[in-house]
Ligand binder design. Structure first.
Ligand code: MTE
Ligand code: MO
Length: 530
């Protein structure tokens, strides 16, 4: 058939490519809406966008991840989901056009996308059932069928007009079918949202119902003078709502505390234990101020925060299970914590059991843990970066060895063991600030958890180092504020800070990247005095 003949038989091809592409888009929307609706019933994390996003996060090279965290901050997850949806929309438009040319293969293409979603969902570490494939599979079947039907309308001649004659196609039928499809998808989408929300209700209710008992061992009162009266310095206690958040969870796990269980097992465990949340609250509760830091924190970065935590001493619990640290002849040197979302975090058993306040935390600044920070229970080990100590939404503790098992981040080139490096940060003045000449208060925080900060020094340009005034120390597990009254003179200046910890070691000026065991180097801020 010549092109001319084709046009005669199939008039208005051009005008119908648009509707065909639109059909692709509508079918994709319907597929996603159905998938989310099914996911609300099966498991929210089994939805295709979340599953593919999660798989992408796990496979993202560290450099890209660092770049994303730096540039999008905690919006990185939103950006990732928008990215996935944009790619899907482009493919959907193309599939619509393809279906217009080859009706079957276009629809089959939709099924192929469903297969990708299904594989991603069932291979997530938190997936325990093949039913996780259902959202993607059912969504794709509906999407493919809809695409087939819609494009059928586009290919069909207008009623009453014999094929090959006139320029008509079943525009009316298409518009009706497309409108119905759009309305049904919107309905399914909204229903999915509502159901999803209600599946969280038990978790939300369980958190509301928690009345944290007063701790048996209170944190010592915060000494006078830990909080400097300098505007712009980070508050000594970070409010929960301002506390940094770093994790791989696209959807924050919402765990029902009444259904939560923690299992302790593995090498050298003579008595396995499974604990409920109630069991934890019945134990002796300690309250401690601990500063948490992320290994991804750049010099001068924001991923550090200090809170008053309530929880159960981990070492006591382990001892009851018969665990001995390697230094006392125990067979396990690594404690692997697993979360409900499949994260694995490995800590040295010797550190956990050496007398420091390693804990299973249930409270943060007097409140049950926020969902973002690990409700109902998370681990904390003072002195270790979060990725080797601070498992949120914890559900399982396994005693093993570093030889036998690499945890999530260790598999991705981060160090097995990662004590927090001594660091200091200038909070005020801000970079490129324009203070007036005269006394300018330079201030910030310094941390060297479990060693303690003994000295902070400030340098203006290339002048000699001058000692800063240290705020009172709360504990060696918390950060410490510092300030320096600078007599500022007109012009551009570079302010630099460095800290010395209680072992006598001063921060090195050697700049290193965050990978593999945390950034080192001095924080500097450039200002112009007017
Ligand atoms: N389940 C889970 N726990 C996790 C993580 C995670 O990705 N998943 N990230 C860890 C890292 S890298 C850090 S720094 C801390 C951050 O805790 P926060 O978000 O409460 O500040 O949580 C740790 N615990
Ligand atoms: Mo981290």
């Amino acid at each position: 058939m010549s092109d001319e003949e084709k046009k005669q038989r199939n008039p208005g091809i051009r005008t119908r490519v648009g509707p065909a592409a639109l059909s692709g888009l509508l079918s994709a929307c319907a597929a996603l809406a159905v998938a989310e609706l099914v996911a609300a019933v099966v498991r929210p994390q089994a939805g295709p966008v979340v599953a593919v996003g999660g798989a992408a996060i796990d496979r993202t090279p560290i450099a890209v991840k660092d770049w994303a965290i730096r540039n999008f901050d905690t919006n990185d997850k939103l950006i990732l989901q928008l990215g996935i949806l944009t790619v899907l929309a482009l493919f959907a438009l193309a599939l619509g056009v393809l279906t217009f040319r080859h009706r079957r293969s276009g629809a089959a293409g939709v099924l192929l996308f469903g297969a990708v979603g299904a594989v991603a969902a069932t291979s997530r570490p938190d997936s325990t059932s093949v039913t996780d494939a259902l959202p993607s599979v059912l969504g794709a079947v509906v999407g493919a069928a809809l695409l087939y039907v819609l494009v059928g309308r586009i290919l069909a001649p207008r009623r009453g007009v014999p094929e090959g004659q006139g320029e008509g196609w079943d525009r009316r039928g298409f518009v009706i079918a497309a409108t119905a499809a759009a309305a049904a998808s919107a309905g399914a989408g909204v229903l999915g949202r509502v159901l999803n929300g209600s599946s969280d209700q038990e978790a939300v209710a369980s958190r509301k119902n928690i009345d944290l008992p007063p701790p048996d061992s209170r944190a010592p009162a915060i000494p006078r003078g830990t909080q400097l009266r300098v505007a712009g310095v980070s508050p000594f206690i970070t409010p929960n709502s301002d506390f940094y958040r770093v994790d791989t969870a696209l959807v924050v796990p919402k765990v029902d505390a009444t259904a939560w269980r923690l299992r302790v097992h593995g090498r050298g465990v003579t008595r396995d234990k499974t604990l409920t949340f109630e069991d934890l609250l019945r134990r002796e509760l300690i309250e401690r101020d601990i500063t948490l830091t992320c290994v991804s924190n750049e010099v001068g970065g924001p991923y550090v925060g200090n809170a008053r935590w309530t929880g159960v001493r981990l070492a006591d619990l382990l001892e009851e299970c018969g665990v001995r640290p390697p230094s006392a002849g125990g067979p396990a040197d690594q404690l692997v914590a697993r979360s409900v979302d499949g994260m694995t975090i490995g800590s040295p058993v010797d550190d956990v059991m050496d007398g420091r306040d390693a804990m299973l935390a249930v409270g943060m600044n007097g409140r049950p843990l926020p969902f973002d920070h690990g409700f109902p229970v998370r681990m904390l080990v003072p002195g270790l970066y979060g990725y080797v100590s601070a498992c949120k939404w914890i559900k399982d503790i396994e005693l093993t060895t570093f030889d036998a098992y690499d945890s999530y981040w260790v598999k991705r080139d981060w160090a097995r063991e990662a004590p927090i490096k001594t660091q200091s940060r200038i909070d005020t003045p801000k970079p490129f600030a324009r203070p007036r000449t005269g006394t300018v208060m330079v201030a910030g925080v310094a941390w060297a958890q479990h060693r303690g900060i003994d000295k902070v020094e400030v340098r203006v340009d290339d002048e000699p180092w001058r000692e800063a005034v240290l705020a009172a120390e709360d504990s060696r597990d918390t950060w410490r504020q510092w300030s320096y009254a600078w007599q500022a003179t007109k012009g551009g200046h570079t302010l630099t800070v460095r800290a010395t910890d209680r072992t006598g070691e001063t921060q090195t000026d050697k700049r290193t990247r965050t990978v593999p065991d945390g950034a080192s180097g001095w924080h500097s801020v450039v200002v112009t005095v007017e």
